[in-house]
Write a protein that binds this ligand. Structure first.
Ligand code: GAR
Length: 215
């Protein structure tokens, strides 16, 4: 399967995907990475691993719609079949999402539907939550709220700062994102309304449900 990845910064989730592909655990190809920012670490990762990338910046276009059309055209030219938002810090329009129906997934650093939007880890600390985590979900027109594919729980510790909690969650993001992509590539995902079922996954094992397999 041809993967497209949208990034805005550090790209550690992109790196988890690169590692999974390079190790052979994920039988897919990263066909194109698009960054909406110049000079970010995610681009260095593409260069280092010989991955095709493009920088497409919102400010170079008259409107959000033209910006998104440029991204959609590049993705289609590269034959992208599954689009992964890996730390992409922009809200996509309904028009863009409709161009890839149930073919866009996102990683979010909370247990959706809790703490949607920006700085989800800080939101969890400020709320006093004792458990948070991360979610891979399909992207629908409702922001941070499409059908959940997989989630991992992470404790919030009394002395946590936004940085320490983010780091603890990130370690799980790097496991569940390639895992979800692998399930999709293997055709094991069935969507029943809001409910995503993974064929022959080992449900019921904490801290991740369904249980992690190879990651
Ligand atoms: C990750 O924690 C990701 O979950 C979050 O941004 C970070 C990107 O890190 N995404 C969002 O908050 C989207 N709402 P990375 O660039 O190192 O992958």
């Amino acid at each position: 399967m041809n993967l497209g990845v949208l990034v805005s910064g550090r790209g550690s989730n992109l790196q988890a995907l690169i590692d999974a592909v390079e190790s052979g655990k994920l039988k897919a190809r990263i066909s194109l990475v698009i960054s909406d920012r110049d000079g970010v670490l995610a681009i260095d990762r593409c260069r280092r691993h010989g991955i095709n990338y493009r920088v497409i910046k919102r400010k170079d276009f008259e409107s959000k719609s033209y910006f998104e059309r440029a991204m959609a055209e590049s993705l289609k030219e590269s034959g992208v079949e599954l689009l992964i938002l890996a730390g992409f810090m922009r809200v996509l329009s309904e028009e863009f999402i409709r161009a890839f129906p149930m073919r866009i997934i996102n990683i979010h650093p909370s247990l959706i539907p809790a703490f949607q939007g920006l700085r989800a880890q800080k939101q969890a600390i400020d709320y006093g939550a004792k458990l948070t985590g991360c979610t891979v979900h399909f992207v629908t027109e409702e922001l941070d709220n499409g059908p959940v594919i997989v989630q991992a729980c992470v404790p919030v510790l009394p002395k946590d700062t936004e940085e320490s909690l983010s780091e603890r969650i990130l370690a799980y993001e790097h496991r569940i994102l390639p895992q979800a992509v692998k399930w999709i590539c293997e055709g094991r995902i069935r969507i029943e309304g809001r409910n995503v079922v993974v064929e022959s996954a080992k449900y019921g094992t904490l801290p991740v449900n369904p249980a992690l397999e190879d990651f």
